[in-house]
Ligand binder design. Sequence first.
Ligand SMILES: NC(=O)c1ccc[n+]([C@@H]2O[C@H](COP(=O)([O-])OP(=O)(O)OC[C@H]3O[C@@H](n4cnc5c(N)ncnc54)[C@H](OP(=O)(O)O)[C@@H]3O)[C@@H](O)[C@H]2O)c1
Length: 299
Amino acid sequence: MTSGVNLDQGAEMIVVTGATGGLGGATVEHLLKRVPADQIGVSVRDPAKAQHFADRGVRVRQGSYEDPAALRDAFAGAEQVLLVSGNDPAADMVSLHRGAVDAAVAAGVRRIVYTSQHGAVPGNPYGPSDIHIATEALLADSGVAWTALRNGAYGPLDQVLGPWQRTGDIAQPADGPVPYTDRADIAEATAVVLAGARVIDGPVTLAAPAAVTFDDFAGIASRLTGRSVKRVVVEDERWVADQVALGVPEQLARLMLTWYQASRAGYFAESGTLLAELLGREPRTVAERLAVSLDPAAG
Ligand SMILES: NC(=O)c1ccc[n+]([C@@H]2O[C@H](COP(=O)([O-])OP(=O)(O)OC[C@H]3O[C@@H](n4cnc5c(N)ncnc54)[C@H](OP(=O)(O)O)[C@@H]3O)[C@@H](O)[C@H]2O)c1
């Protein structure tokens, strides 16, 4: 059984879930620069993978969203929990998030900070939007203070743009403006929020200040490489067929297609200043990120 509320650690403890993943792990690294290690905990599915945090004085406890009792134990004593959204397409993620929110409330957590998604509003055709909308509603009903960081698209640019360095073409479905954001910047800003520099209630967009299209990317890539990089619009069904031919399961390809559909419908067009304000500097631009990703072998 779990202990009750705020008994086994200092009241200022911050517990981060998903800390063996990309965003959660980087957030803990930034938190370690801002708060003492003994005020940081992680709730992870496999504690062995968090040994590097334990070695630095971070409290490591086992917790998966499928196991509410373990989560209550992992959250015990926490003032705040960073709830990193899960990403299993086969799971009922809303139910799992509900269990995590309930466990945080039962553990006496005062604020839940949730990693939501840019453009998580009704009507957004991108599949995971509904999970984030429903989870934000759970948080609103939870009775505790909550923050939803609607994170901008932070996938690696080579995944976003495809093999343009080899082919010279950005060949993807029709798109719209998106403030592509560096995951490292989002992690740093998330740590700033958790460390208490700024209190944010409810949902906010956390994304790079400039929204760009694949046409813009083609221009940036051409300037950076001195080659003529072309934007080629691939018809939706042709793109799905191409992905399947590359070995991507059709269901996943169709899910990704909804992302392009959302982008061209303008659901990701909003940018903002919050990320820069939290970082106290300009976020990394797509041009800076593209420059470091250039493959010299691609010539
Ligand atoms: N805004 C964007 O562009 C964007 C892009 C990709 C994903 N996302 C969302 O943001 C989340 C974090 O992104 P990321 O880049 O850090 O992804 P990631 O590296 O795949 O990390 C996901 C983390 O969630 C944990 N997790 C998954 N299911 C869980 C469960 N049932 N119980 C407990 N923990 C669970 C994983 O645990 P393990 O370490 O044990 O696997 C992992 O640590 C993703 O899960 C997804 O919902 C957003």
